[in-house]
Ligand binder design. Structure first.
Ligand SMILES: [Cu+2]
Length: 283
């Protein structure tokens, strides 16, 4: 390939064949225009200059103690079915607020996070529950979001409000804990601002890495648990690997007879780097 060919190749790679609305719905993750994250949220009291006061990385063990900011961050999640093409292959999904990945939850260390989850999964209806990955849930075990262990599933058409403290700081994620529902899209990042372990100039935000299965999640579960056709264990491999819910896919590789709409080179996640700046990327 000559230089012009190589240049054209780069241009085609960066030129996504599908708009963000088709690959990721309402999510802005994976776009260079995605907002960078602050050092911490400032619409709250700042004793000693920080939301968490004089606590530091070294003088506090967050697994035992955490500050109490008295601030509550409110979120509303509408969980419903939707159709997107994260890698160009059209997929029946289950989405939070029409976005894949779902909205990023932000809070300061010591805040309370309150998320009202409306289960609008219909046709067919399904239960759901959201797990807040990595949180300790001291004195709030029933907010852990694991159906049959810490709560009943949220019934179709019903609402449940989770309320728990951001005891730990750092980047984590939330995901549906109802069967393998999260692999159809019910997942997103959680960023809890806290004391810094390292200095950096710009926080480019969460980098979510995930497997993508083109078939609906119940079929994947069926393959796994029942050994059902056509991909019996141990050959249950995902169809793609996504960064922030996006990746290119070669549609000429789909099985013969598969008429699912598919667009090659749908578009990959992009990040903006500036020479001389130190960036934080959390995966
Ligand atoms: Cu988890």
């Amino acid at each position: 390939m000559g230089l012009l060919g190589k240049l054209l190749n780069v241009v085609t790679t960066l030129n996504a064949a599908l708009p963000q609305s088709k690959t990721n719905g309402a999510s802005q993750l994976g776009l260079v225009s995605a907002p960078v994250l602050p050092n911490f949220m400032t619409n709250n009291p700042l004793p000693n200059g920080y939301p968490w006061g004089s606590d530091t990385v070294t003088n506090t063990n967050p697994y035992r103690n955490s500050p109490n900011t008295g601030v509550t961050r409110y979120y509303t999640f509408n969980v419903s079915r939707g159709v997107l093409s994260p890698d160009g292959y059209q997929k029946q999904m289950i989405l939070v607020n029409g976005a894949y990945p779902g909205p990023t939850i932000e809070a300061n260390w010591g805040d309370t996070i309150q998320v009202t989850v409306q289960n609008n999964i219909q046709s067919p209806a399904e239960g759901t529950a959201i797990h807040w990955h990595g949180f300790l849930q001291h004195n709030s075990q029933w907010m852990d979001g694991v159906p049959a262990f810490s709560q009943c599933p949220i019934a179709p058409g019903k609402t449940f409000t989770y309320s728990f403290k951001a005891e730990l700081y750092g980047t984590s994620w939330y995901h549906a804990h109802y069967s393998a529902q999260y692999s159809d899209g019910v997942q997103g990042a959680m960023v809890i601002y806290g004391p810094k372990n390292r200095d950096y100039d710009i926080d480019l935000g969460p980098v979510m890495l995930s497997d993508l299965y083109h078939v609906p999640y119940l079929q994947t579960v069926n393959y796994t648990v029942m050994g059902g056709p056509p991909r019996p264990p141990p050959n249950i491999t995902s169809d793609n690997n996504l960064i922030n819910g996006k990746m290119d896919f070669n549609c000429s590789t789909v099985a013969p007879g598969d008429k699912t709409p598919c667009v090659s080179n749908a578009g990959m996640s992009e990040f903006k780097f500036t020479t001389g700046k130190v960036r934080k990327l959390m995966s």
